[in-house]
Design a protein around this ligand. Structure first.
Ligand SMILES: [Ca+2]
Ligand SMILES: [Ca+2]
Ligand SMILES: [Ca+2]
Length: 574
């Protein structure tokens, strides 16, 4: 899986900006207010740091993270990818610990033996395990979805109002909260309170200040801590403009525009965290999804989603949009997806149509080559159909999460094939049923996860399988006792797929006849002319003489068998 959005990870270095900064006569002493809010003790005395060859990512963090992953998270998150994604800072982890510690969820002595305050803790292997562990927790789907969905739901005024509301509420309760900035880079800080005053930056007046602990702020002050006036958030409560001088971030015209999200949901901050992590969320993700369209500058994607009440929503018009280079994603409510693809520009012709859908139950990826397709995806079925009767080559991947599929541990399926009608896969007990109004021609690969007794994933790529199938009828794909893919058909059409596809039944219709020999011969003829053309014949049924190649000799033997069977049948009949 390609990770489609950047994570909160930044070490942002800023030279001192040439700011026009006016302080009013009656200056608000922000440092004293910060002290009164616990900022002298309830902070990590650890500036934002990167992992490198000198400071490698703790193995224990990856192991912990991996064990908390869902199937599709684990299968897309090799240790290498994981380290790379988290390499550019630890701001989110540091901020999360400050929030959780101040709010009494974790105690400083949980991180360092006998520590009375968070500020006593020095960077050590143990501290790094906590910081990096919390930092990594943002990679989990629910955490990511919660934060990004909220950001895309709110315009900048609402983001500002929400920031003020959360700051006031938590200050009244004596609690800290987390604040995230999303722009070209993303950064996280710990919010500690809010106060009134008068400030002016770049000609704009601000009357409120949200005080923060910022792990990038250590060099700003004489006291060398994470509290700095420059890294606080200044707000104009009338216009809802906000500004962070340290980064020149904000909503005012001269600033770099960023989205801002305040989050005081401890369940989310500690979700799949390090110390007594939250396992149950108070936010219902069941009916939400994230859809991501690649190359949307060149491609036209029409997408409709149906929710559990049968209501349809246009994803492009109604979805909460976020952009990522040429690609675009949407957060949306609904469970059944209908997607049609086309070119927006001539340039689009050289690019494949490609999209993915993520929800709590699965990750689906659809792609068509050569031509455009019509996709329908639900929890248990996915299909691709041709558009304008133009044959197409498709690639569909599905990775089910544990608990949401009935053929565990076979969670990871890829179907790559061609069709001049359609191709559909239906999740059933112990496997999938494949259907087509034309002929099924597909290559299937699967791999499994290994779970320990506690449902933790310990290995992500066991039992790798790859095979091809050509079938004129529906086929049930399942696994034999050696976890190898095998195929059953239902020639008597009673709904029970109990006839295994026999050697010689190349088109999978339950009889061995001249059509099977013809299939072999035509595949062989095509392959002789062009070695790059993929044959979707199944080797077990088509390589009749088991010499490793499918050629005329197999066709001859199939014909011989057919002739023999016909003769015997006649004899039995007379
Ligand atoms: Ca049957
Ligand atoms: Ca046949
Ligand atoms: Ca052969």
């Amino acid at each position: 899986m390609k990770r489609t959005i950047s994570i909160v990870c930044s070490l942002i270095f800023t030279s001192f900006l040439d700011m026009n900064y006016i302080t009013y006569a009656k200056e608000t002493d922000l440092s004293s207010i910060a002290s009164s809010l616990g900022a002298d003790t309830d902070y990590l005395d650890i500036p934002n740091y990167k992992h490198s060859s000198e400071l490698p990512f703790p193995k224990s963090v990856y192991k912990d993270f991996f064990s908390k992953c869902t199937n599709y998270e684990a299968s897309s998150q090799s240790e290498e990818v994981f380290c790379l994604e988290l390499a550019s800072g630890t701001c989110y982890g540091i901020s999360a610990i400050e929030v959780l510690s101040h709010n009494g969820i974790i105690s400083p002595s949980d991180i360092m033996l006998n520590a009375q305050t968070l500020s006593e803790i020095q960077l050590s292997q143990e501290a790094d395990h906590f910081i990096s562990g919390y930092h990594a927790s943002q990679l989990h789907y629910e955490n990511d979805y919660y934060n990004r969905y909220l950001v895309t739901q709110l315009n900048h005024q609402s983001q500002c109002n929400e920031l003020i509301r959360i700051a006031e509420k938590n200050m009244a309760d004596g609690k800290y909260f987390i604040i995230t900035y999303y722009g070209d880079t993303a950064h996280a800080v710990c919010g500690i309170g809010i106060t009134d005053g008068n400030w002016n930056y770049n000609g704009v007046d601000f009357d409120r200040c949200i005080l923060t602990l910022d792990s990038n702020a250590f060099d700003d002050d004489t006291n060398k801590g994470p509290f700095s006036e420059r890294s606080c958030i200044y707000v104009n409560s009338q216009t809802c403009d906000y500004y962070i001088p340290k980064y020149n971030f904000g909503s005012i015209p001269t600033a770099q525009q960023v989205q801002i999200l305040a989050n005081d949901n401890i369940n989310i901050i500690n979700y799949k965290g390090v110390f007594e992590p939250t396992k149950e969320l108070d936010f219902d993700f069941t009916d939400t999804a994230r859809i991501f369209f690649t190359q949307s500058r060149f491609k036209k994607y029409d997408a409709i989603v149906k929710d559990k009440n049968g209501m349809y929503t246009d994803v492009i018009k109604e979805g909460r949009k976020y952009e990522f280079g040429n690609d675009v994603g949407y957060y949306i409510i609904g469970n059944e997806f209908h997607i049609e693809t086309d070119n927006k520009l001539l340039l689009g012709e050289s690019q494949n149509d490609k999209f993915n859908i993520m929800n709590q139950r699965y990750y689906f990826e659809g792609e068509t080559e050569n031509n455009h397709g019509i996709f329908d995806i639900s929890d248990t079925e996915f299909s691709v159909a041709t558009k304008n009767d133009k044959a197409l080559v498709y690639d569909m991947k599905i990775k089910y999460n544990e608990g949401y599929y009935s053929c565990s541990p076979h969670f990871n399926w890829t179907f790559n094939g061609e069709t001049d009608h359609n191709f559909k896969s239906i999740l059933v007990d112990k496997g999938m049923i494949l259907q087509s109004d034309g002929t099924i021609k597909t290559s299937i690969s699967t791999s499994d996860v290994l779970l320990d007794g506690q449902d933790n994933i310990t290995d992500i790529n066991i039992n790798p399988n790859e095979t091809t199938i050509t079938a004129v009828n529906d086929v049930f794909v399942t696994f034999n006792e050696n976890n190898k893919l095998c195929f059953f058909i239902d020639p008597d059409d009673d709904g029970v797929f109990d006839k295994i596809i026999e050697k010689g039944d190349v088109n999978s219709d339950g009889v061995i006849d001249g059509r099977d020999a013809t299939s072999v011969l035509s595949a062989y003829a095509v392959a002789s002319v062009n070695k790059n053309i993929v044959s979707y014949l199944n080797k077990d049924s088509a390589d009749y003489n088991r010499d490793g190649i499918i050629d005329g000799r197999d066709a001859t033997e199939i014909l011989t068998l057919y002739a023999y069977n016909s003769t015997n049948k006649q004899e039995v009949g007379t």
